[in-house]
Design a protein around this ligand. Structure first.
Ligand SMILES: C[S@@+](CC[C@H](N)C(=O)[O-])C[C@H]1O[C@@H](n2cnc3c(N)ncnc32)[C@H](O)[C@@H]1O
Length: 254
């Protein structure tokens, strides 16, 4: 079977970006803030970035294009998305590494062959249970040197104590999705259906289905939980560098 071409993978990443932007308002602003922090914190953008749950390569591609001296290790557990990320990032040669690992297990750090200076993630860690999230933050803290940073962009849902904010954020999400899909974005299921029209990706669907069977949505982890977990994990300074309704970019420094 022919490998997925970079052109086909890049088109799927573009469709993915449109699809994700229908679920995440101002998604590009989140990435812009992450790149700004890297630019300001690491002179010349010379940094080794670890992207946790990279999907088809949204963060790695943006980092590698913005910073000619950066390197990225991109981790995910979905074989279809890993295949797309690998093809998308081929043009960056040895500056990009794609790693197949399950962040819900304790052994994923052992699969890495480079120590990061920054750990990034977007729209992903909510798939972990609170205990698994704390373990990932602890592993990130252990991997990073003093001064290293973590940036996690995600919806951190408001709970029962903030009913008005929860209502506003929920109604804004509905509007964002309605407008995104009306403008032509695929929804999550339709994007996967399109991806597996590529024969080499269709062949990976059974593995994907088996890996993600029995992984139900996890209990809500609030902003306060994330900040406390990062402190507990050993980060010296924690806060936020961006917020829009219930969407945040959380920052932590070792
Ligand atoms: C909504 S996507 C976000 C992808 C990418 N970060 C982005 O913003 O475009 C969520 C990602 O989390 C990954 N993921 C979920 N659970 C995971 C796990 N236990 N280990 C590694 N990756 C996981 C999925 O495979 C998927 O790529």
């Amino acid at each position: 079977m022919n490998p997925l071409t970079t052109a086909a993978a890049t088109r799927l990443l573009q469709d993915w970006d449109e699809q994700q932007s229908a679920y995440v308002a101002h998604r590009e602003n989140r990435f812009a803030v992450m790149l700004d922090v890297l630019r300001l914190h690491f002179p010349g953008g010379k940094v080794n970035v670890l992207d946790l749950a990279c999907g088809p390569g949204a963060i790695p591609r943006r980092v590698l294009q913005a910073f000619p001296h950066a390197e990225v290790t991109a981790v995910d557990y979905d074989p279809i998305l890993l295949q797309i990320a690998t093809a998308v990032l081929t043009e960056h040669g040895t500056r990009a590494r794609v790693v197949d690992a399950d962040l819900a297990t304790p052994d994923w750090p052992a699969t890495l062959d480079a120590r990061p200076g920054a750990v990034l993630s977007s729209t992903a860690l909510h798939w972990l249970s609170p205990a698994q999230l704390l373990a990932v933050y602890q592993a990130a803290a252990a991997l990073l040197p003093p001064g290293g940073v973590l940036l996690n962009a995600d919806h951190l849902r408001f709970d029962d104590s903030s009913p008005t904010l929860r209502d506003l954020a929920g109604r804004h999400d509905e509007t964002t999705q309605r407008e995104g899909f009306a403008a032509g974005a695929l929804d999550y299921a339709a994007w996967y259906a399109k991806a597996i029209r590529e024969p080499e990706l269709a062949a990976l669907a059974p593995v994907r289905n088996q890996r993600f069977a029995n992984r139900p949505p996890q209990p809500l982890a609030s902003l306060e939980f994330h900040l406390a977990a990062l402190h507990t994990a050993g980060f010296a300074e924690v806060g936020t560098v961006w917020q829009y309704l219930d969407d945040y970019v959380v920052f932590a420094r070792r």
